[in-house]
Design a protein around this ligand. Structure first.
Ligand code: C5P
Length: 407
C-alpha cells in the first residue's frame, strides 16, 4: 500500500544472527515505498555481506567512517541528516552499550550520536541471547538509551539460534515494518483507552450448528490497528473470525452475543472510546440443544424458538459514563439500501453521537469499503478506499470530535 512512501530510512545492522532477517526487512521497507540506506558495523558484515543488502536496497552500503565516497568525507553527517528515521535491526547488546556511552568509533554509532535528535528518530530492534537480554547491564543500557530519546522496540520470545528458548529474539521483519509504520502515524488518540467489537457472533443451535451473520471482521480489525497506531491503548473483542491480531492490540475472543456483552461490560469501566463494529446476531435460539438434533427421516423439521440478544451498543450508550460524556460511543450500520435514512434512524435509536453506515453486501469479506458518517448535525461521506485507509480517516474523525468535546 506504499505506507512508507516518501520516507528515507537508514537501516543499521549491528552484529547478530538476526542479520539474515534484516535482508527481508530491507525488502519489505522498499516494497512499502521507502528508500533505504544500509549502514553495517564490521560485526554485521561477519553475518551477512554488504552485497546482499546493496542488491536489495539498490544503494551501496556504508560501513566505515573513513568512506571517501562522500565529497566532504563525512558520511555520519550526510547519512543522518537525510534520514526520516534510523532503524537499527538487529541491535546487539554491544551496540546498545555503545549508544548508552555515546561512543563514536565506528560509522553506525557515530551517525546515531551525530543525528539531529529532535528531527531524526532512532528506533532499536534488540536481538540477542536470553541471558544477554536479561543481564542487568543490558537492561540498564536500554533504560539509558530510552531516556536519551531512542525508541526501544519489543523483543520476541521463542527458540534462539544458540539452542536456548526465551526473550531476546528480534521481531520478525513484518512486525518491524508494522512498528515503523505505526511510529510515523500522528498520535491523535494518545492517552485514550479504545474498545472495539468486531466480527460476527455465533449463536449455537446445538453442538454442531448455529446462526451467525456475514462479517469478516476486517473493518473492525483495521480500526483497532489504526487506533493503536494513533497512540491509543486498544482492546478488541472479536467474534469468530480469521483475521490476524494487529500488533500491540489486546484481543479477547468470544463466540456468542452474550459472551461479547460480558467481555465488553468487563472492559468498559476503563474505556474512553467504544467503537461497535461487530455484526451481533439479533436473535439466539431460546435453548441450545446439548446434543445434535437428528434428522429422523420423517420429513419433519425442528421448530426453533428464538429470543432477542442484548443490544450491546445501546446498553453501553445508555450508561452513566456515556451520558456524562466520559465515554464516546460509535456505532456501525450495515445496510443493503437507503443507507442515509437507515443510518440516521439507527443513530437516534442507539443513542450514539456518531453512527457509521456502510452497504453490507458490497463490503462483506472485501478489503475495501465506503463509509457514511452520520451525527446530530448531518452526514459526511468517506469515499471508496481500502479498509485500512478508511479506518485511519475514521480514527482521525473521532480524534477531532474528542478534541472538540474538550474544547
Ligand atoms: O441494530 P443493528 O444490529 O443494525 O445495529 C448495528 C450497531 O449496533 C453496530 O454498531 C453493532 O455492533 C451494534 N450492535 C450491538 N449489539 C447488538 C446489535 C447491534 O452492539 N445486539
Amino acid at each position: 500500500m506504499n505506507e512508507l512512501a516518501g520516507k528515507h530510512i537508514v537501516l543499521g545492522l549491528s552484529g547478530g544472527v538476526a542479520c539474515y532477517k534484516a535482508a527481508d526487512l530491507c525488502r519489505q521497507l522498499i516494497k512499502e515505498g521507502a528508500t533505504v540506506q544500509v549502514v553495517m558495523t564490521e560485526a554485521a558484515e561477519q553475518f551477512i555481506t554488504p552485497v546482499t543488502l546493496q542488491a536489495l536496497s539498490g544503494r551501496t552500503v556504508y560501513g566505515s567512517q573513513w568512506d571517501a565516497r562522500e565529497p566532504n568525507n563525512m558520511p555520519h553527517i550526510n547519512l543522518s541528516r537525510e534520514a526520516d528515521a534510523i532503524l537499527i535491526a538487529p541491535c546487539s547488546a554491544d551496540f546498545i552499550a555503545r549508544l548508552a556511552q555515546g561512543r563514536a568509533d565506528d560509522l553506525l554509532s557515530l551517525l546515531c550520536l551525530a543525528r539531529p535528535a529532535q528531527r531524526v528518530p532512532l528506533l532499536l530492534a534488540p536481538a540477542m541471547n536470553r541471558e544477554m537480554w536479561a543481564h542487568p547491564a543490558t537492561q540498564r543500557n536500554l533504560a539509558q538509551v530510552a531516556q536519551d530519546g531512542a525508541t526501544v522496540l519489543a523483543v520476541g520470545n521463542g527458540d534462539q539460534a544458540c539452542g536456548e528458548t526465551g526473550d531476546g529474539r528480534m521481531l520478525e521483519p513484518l512486525e518491524l515494518l508494522d512498528e515503523l509504520i505505526a511510529f510515523f502515524a500522528p498520535k491523535v488518540l494518545a492517552g485514550q483507552q479504545v474498545l472495539v467489537t468486531a466480527g460476527p457472533t455465533f449463536e449455537a443451535i446445538d453442538p454442531v450448528r448455529g446462526i451467525t451473520n456475514l462479517s469478516s471482521g476486517k473493518m473492525g480489525f483495521a480500526i483497532a490497528r489504526a487506533a493503536r497506531e494513533a497512540g491509543a491503548d486498544v482492546t478488541l473483542v472479536a467474534g469468530p473470525v480469521h483475521v490476524p491480531t494487529p500488533r500491540g492490540v489486546r484481543r479477547l475472543d468470544v463466540r456468542s452475543a452474550e459472551e461479547m456483552l460480558a467481555a465488553v461490560e468487563q472492559q468498559i469501566p476503563q474505556v474512553s472510546v467504544f467503537i461497535a463494529t461487530a455484526a451481533v446476531a439479533d436473535w439466539r435460539p431460546a435453548a441450545a440443544s446439548s446434543q445434535k438434533i437428528k434428522k429422523d427421516g420423517s420429513g419433519q423439521t425442528p421448530v426453533l424458538e428464538f429470543v432477542e440478544n442484548p443490544d450491546i451498543l445501546a446498553r453501553v450508550a445508555q450508561s452513566a459514563r456515556a451520558q456524562a460524556g466520559a465515554l464516546f460511543c460509535v456505532g456501525f450500520a450495515a445496510e443493503s439500501h437507503d443507507l442515509l435514512a437507515h443510518a440516521t434512524a439507527k443513530r437516534a435509536r442507539k443513542g450514539v453521537p456518531l453512527l457509521v453506515g456502510n452497504i453490507g453486501p458490497a463490503t462483506f469479506g472485501q478489503d475495501d469499503n465506503a463509509l457514511l458518517l452520520v451525527d446530530a448535525q448531518g452526514h459526511r461521506e468517506l469515499p471508496h478506499a481500502s479498509k485500512r485507509v478508511l479506518a485511519r480517516q475514521l480514527v482521525g474523525d473521532i480524534a477531532a470530535r474528542l478534541q472538540a468535546q474538550r474544547g
